[in-house]
Design a protein around this ligand. Structure first.
Ligand code: FES
Ligand code: FES
Length: 168
């Protein structure tokens, strides 16, 4: 089997101890995915596996064998940005920029989760689908991705704009 990474087949590493984060950054040089805490606390390493957000620092690369991984490089490009990438630029959704790839990958999955009716801690109606994303809902659902500088409100604004476009 192989891991599909941004549409290209990559052999799973022979060493089962290699994390997905290290495979991406150290072996494939896909350095858009960032390493922050390396212990599951910051969200900087978030990528999509079969469309769901995962912390690549806590995921073994072999766990992705036979699955499809999308990193920030696969989500969009300078010529053809993902709507979230465009919205982050428009709303100044980054200051350091280091947390940004993880924020955007997490937001892409989060929008699909809300659309599918997956509740958060704040969702009042557990049967609602899609869940209407209030500012507090977005903040709660993105709470696994830390922004330590001044961009948090811009991040939330960008996500809310894309969520509204989805709902339209
Ligand atoms: S580097 Fe993975 S959660 Fe911080
Ligand atoms: S934009 Fe990266 S920590 Fe705030």
């Amino acid at each position: 089997m192989a891991i599909m990474i941004n549409g290209a087949a990559v052999a799973a590493p022979g060493d089962a101890r290699v994390s997905l984060l290290d495979l991406l950054r150290e072996q494939l040089h896909l350095t858009g995915t960032k390493v922050g805490c390396n212990q599951g606390a910051c969200g900087a390493c978030t990528v999509l596996v079969d469309g769901e957000r995962v912390l690549s620092c806590l995921t073994l690369a072999v766990q992705a064998d036979g699955r499809s991984v999308t990193t920030i490089e696969g989500l969009g490009s300078a010529e053809s940005p993902h709507p979230l990438q465009a919205a982050f630029i428009k709303h100044d959704g980054f200051q350091c920029g280091y947390c940004t790839p993880g924020q955007i990958c997490a937001a892409a999955a989060m929008l699909r989760e809300a659309e599918a009716g997956m509740p958060s801690y704040l969702t009042a109606d557990l049967t609602a689908a899609p869940v209407l994303l209030s500012r507090d809902e977005v903040r709660e659902r993105m709470s696994g991705n830390l922004c330590r500088c001044g961009a948090h409100n811009g991040i939330v604004d960008a996500i809310l704009e894309v969520a509204a476009e989805h709902a339209a």
